[in-house]
Design a protein around this ligand. Structure first.
Ligand SMILES: Nc1ncnc2c1ncn2[C@@H]1O[C@H](COP(=O)(O)OP(=O)(O)O)[C@@H](O)[C@H]1O
Ligand SMILES: [Mg+2]
Length: 882
């Protein structure tokens, strides 16, 4: 890729001397681009021919005029109307010089070619008559104007004038420019002036070989005058040839190149065009490579700014102004690192360019210089280029067509690195973070500069006026609280502590660093000697390296959004944008909050500890997870009972005591710093597990010698019993049970006929049903292995209890055998609970050892059957008739 700067250096392109001079001095003579027909004599004809691009219209007109003058063929009247591209006055001056400087004209190669085609030895001799309405004397009627009067002196009729023209003795070339300017100055006299102008044109049409060329600018601001002019020429229109530009965009590119460059190497142009194609194809965009070559070293999109966009503005002096601007742009681009001078490369620091491009008079858009100075000039490099291109494309009357979408922005800049999405991101970030006037049109994806401050900027401005973010933080933390779930209470800067939950107290933003956090905790009295819930509090404060300012800024913006929502109530469009921004800001708050409040201060083992949390990602869930995880890993707090070391916990809670009230134990948990903290509901769950696993016992405070096997609810009013204490009570119960059980079993044990029981117990009718013994056994005792056995017992007990006719002879027998001998224990069904405790106690004491448990229930056939059905598929029962 050869940059424009390099192309200048190696001579592949050469600037015209005046542009070169402008590059050095900064000054450019604006008269260079102002051609006045009345001053055509003062023009350096050689240079004029040199700087003229023979665009299609001009060439055609030149040929037609030459034919008319030499052979009298073709039209005599031409009406020139160019919108943009070929200049009208320039064309007239060209014709003027063609006939006035014939020998020079004859020597020009491009004219020699035309003359050869037209079979002319040279430009024919003709008289040139010029009328320049701009410089004409407005006090004189048209027919008395110095150059014109002679054709009207023998009468003002068409034929009189035609005769006067023929009397000259050679073809007369009338060149009429700026008629409207003249008529406008003539007040009510214009009617007769216009009639004489028409007469002159009609007379010329009647001559043998004279020609009349007038300009009729359709794009004038004086549309009324234009219509009159057109009406006046209406009758001769059949004889006249209106000349319209064919391809103004293309003509302009060529004209600009000709006017500004002495030389442009065609090969260089093609190579640059190929480079542009490669840049665009990288993103999969189609490209008109030929156009790039035609415009080189101008970027086609820069040309387009002038021909399709600025041209729409009445007060923009079309080609002339465009050339002035382009020449200055080129003068400022001598070290441009890109091959094409594009819309992003306009140096708005240059005074002339800036003034011209921010003119409210030209562009009818307010605030342009404010936009440039606040949103564009402070930006650098790539951003500056992007903004400049967007700015030039924002100068357009229709708002919905202002600016560039990401594709066109990419094409405007042709960046060697980075994608269209990168550019889009750059622009979007700028809108969000800095720009006052840049805006995105959501309908069509165009980024453009707008007269009014954009909504992001409004939010930022509003945010700057907001001092305190406490309320915002309170709300955010409330949101957080939900994420943490029922076991945690999260609050901002609060001294309220709930001992039954873990209290995350978020310290104010300025509480940064360990020292500040400890001072804060002191002030709040969280960890003081008289605190009853020191274990239940964790102070969360911003780490020293955290982006507190960014969090604060996001919070302020969020408040600002709310304020603005109220202000713009009812304005749907604004509210939609505010809602979008609100969402963005809230996401930012979450992210920043999670990365700011990452330090924990808590009380553990009688001292203050500082821990750091590191969320996997900056989302609420991950953050809440990380906080809980950290507290758990370091055994500060548990939220899941299955993670608690039950033995250790209850050992600490009981200490040397054999019992403790549940409430007291919990108070201890909330206060002590040597016990892991458990939320109240987690504690209840933990206690339940401990009872189930026979780590502790449970009894009602009013009946401390009777064990409770199942904890329901929180356990208020209950006692937690040490394992020893529990075992002692069980021992007691067991003895009673064995005595009762032996009696029961023995009574029916020897004589197995069920009928006989009736006599002993005196209960119900004799049962003819068989007695059946169901046996289940387990080896290598583990608590899990014992559980199904316990279930078996429960079913048996249930079947027995709910049967209409009690089986008074039913009994349970448990046999345990291991290396150290065996133990056997029997109980009547009323005392099955004791058997269960016995098994559990045994399983606990000998867990994992090679013991065999055999459990048999001696039941009446019908009940046994029920049990069998219940247990079907759960475990194998051996059946034996007795
Ligand atoms: N064919 C051309 N070749 C080179 N420059 C041209 C050509 N046509 C117009 N220009 C330049 O464009 C500018 C505007 O042309 P001008 O004739 O003044 O426009 P108009 O009279 O239509 O407003 C002038 O600076 C002129 O030199
Ligand atoms: Mg003009």
């Amino acid at each position: 890729m050869k940059s424009f700067g390099d192309a200048l250096k190696d001579g592949s392109v050469k600037l015209r001397d005046y542009v070169e001079r402008a590059a050095q001095t900064g000054a450019l003579d604006d008269r260079l681009f102002a051609v006045d027909l009345s001053k055509a004599d003062a023009v350096d004809a050689a240079e004029f021919f040199d700087r003229t691009e023979l665009v299609k219209n001009l060439e055609t007109l030149v040929r037609q005029v030459l034919r008319r003058v030499s052979q009298g063929s073709g039209n005599a009247v031409y009406l020139l109307d160019t919108v943009m591209g070929g200049g009208k006055s320039h064309t007239l001056v060209y014709l003027y010089l063609l006939f006035q400087k014939r020998s020079l004209a004859n020597s020009r190669p491009e004219l020699r070619e035309i003359l050869r085609d037209e079979e002319l030895g040279g430009v024919p001799d003709a008289e040139v008559v010029v009328f320049d309405g701009m410089n004409a004397d407005p006090s004189l009627p048209f027919e008395e104007q110095p150059n014109i009067a002679r054709f009207f002196k023998d009468g003002g009729g068409k034929d009189d004038v035609a005769r006067s023209i023929e009397a000259v003795g050679k073809p007369v070339v009338f060149l009429v420019d700026e008629v409207l300017a003249y008529l406008a100055k003539r007040k009510e006299m214009w009617v007769s002036d216009l009639a004489f102008i028409r007469t002159l044109a009609e007379a010329v049409a009647d001559t043998a070989n004279s020609v009349f060329v007038a300009t009729v600018p359709s794009d004038t601001s004086n549309q009324e005058g234009y219509k009159r002019l057109v009406a006046a020429f209406k009758e001769i229109k059949r004889k006249a040839e209106p000349i319209h530009p064919q391809n103004p965009g293309e003509d302009f590119a060529r004209i600009a190149r000709k006017q500004i460059f002495k030389w442009v190497d065609g090969r260089e142009a093609e190579e640059a065009a190929e480079w542009a194609r490669r840049m665009l194809e990288r993103e999969g965009y189609a490209v008109d490579e030929k156009r790039y070559a035609e415009c080189y070293p101008f970027h086609p999109m820069l040309i387009k700014v002038f021909t399709e966009r600025f041209a729409v503005y009445e007060n923009f002096q079309k080609t002339r102004e465009a050339l002035k601007l382009l020449a200055r742009m080129c003068a400022r681009s001598k070290s441009l690192p890109y091959p094409f001078i594009g819309p992003g490369d306009v140096d708005l620091d240059e005074r002339y360019l800036r003034d011209a491009l921010t003119s409210a008079n030209t562009f009818e858009i307010k605030n342009l210089s404010e936009i440039v100075s606040t949103d564009i000039l402070p930006a650098k490099d790539d951003k500056r280029r992007a903004l400049t291109a967007l700015y030039l494309y924002s100068l357009y009357p229709k708002e919905e067509q202002r600016g560039l979408d990401r594709r066109d922005l990419f094409e405007a800049l042709l960046p060697e690195n980075g994608s269209a999405s990168d550019l889009e991101r750059l622009v979007k970030d700028y809108i969000r973070q800095e720009a006052l006037y840049l805006e995105e049109n959501k309908e069509n994806g165009r980024f453009y500069f707008k007269e009014e401050v954009n909504i992001h900027a409004l939010v930022r401005r509003e945010a700057e006026n907001i001092g305190d973010v406490t309320q915002e933080l309170v709300k955010v933390v409330e949101e957080f609280s939900k994420e943490f779930g029922e076991h945690v209470s999260a609050a901002f800067d609060s001294s309220e502590v709930y001992p039954e939950k873990l209290n995350l107290v978020f310290a104010p933003l300025n509480t940064q660093g360990e020292h500040a956090a400890e001072e804060y905790a002191d002030k709040r009295g969280f960890f003081g000697v008289d605190s009853r819930s020191a274990n239940a509090v964790v102070v969360v404060y911003p780490s020293e390296d955290a982006g507190v300012a960014e969090l604060e800024w996001a919070l302020k913006q969020n408040t600002a959004v709310e304020v603005l929502k109220k202000r713009f109530k009812g304005k749907k469009h604004v509210l939609e944008r505010l809602n979008e921004i609100g969402e963005e800001v809230r996401a930012e708050i979450t992210a920043k909050f999670c990365s700011t409040y990452t330090s924990l201060l808590l009380f553990k083992d009688r001292e203050m500890k500082h821990w750091r949390v590191q969320p996997r990602e900056n989302t609420l869930q991950a953050y809440a997870e990380a906080v809980k995880q950290t507290l758990m890993e370091k055994q500060k707090a548990y939220f899941d009972p299955s993670k608690v070391n039950l033995e250790l916990l209850f050992e600490r809670l009981l200490g040397e005591r054999s019992e403790v009230r549940v409430e007291d134990a919990y108070e201890n948990i909330a206060r002590s710093s040597t016990i892991p903290y458990l939320p109240r509901s987690v504690f209840a769950e933990t206690l339940r597990l401990a009872v189930q696993n026979s780590i502790v016992g449970l009894a009602d405070a009013s009946q401390p010698t009777r064990l409770i096997h199942n904890l329901s609810g929180r356990g208020d009013g209950l006692l937690i019993l040490s394992r020893e204490r529990k075992a002692a009570i069980e021992q007691e119960e067991m003895t009673t049970a064995t005595v009762e059980g032996s009696q029961g079993v023995e009574s029916g044990g020897e004589n197995k006929a069920p009928g006989q029981q009736k006599d002993v117990k005196g209960q119900g009718e004799p049962k003819s049903a068989l007695r059946v013994k169901l046996t289940v056994s387990a080896t290598a005792l583990k608590k899990e292995d014992v559980r199904p056995a316990a279930l078996f017992l429960e079913y048996a007990e249930n079947a027995w209890r709910i049967s209409r006719e009690k089986d008074g002879d039913a009994f349970v027998e448990v046999k345990l055998s291991g290396n150290e001998g065996s133990a056997r224990f029997k109980a009547v069904m009323d005392k099955v609970g004791k058997v269960k405790s016995f098994i559990e106690a045994f399983a606990n004491a000998f867990e994992g050892e090679d013991h065999e448990l055999t459990l048999s229930v001696n039941l009446r056939e019908d009940l046994a059957k029920q049990v069998e059905e219940k247990m079907a598929g759960r475990m194998k029962l051996a059946r034996e008739e007795v």
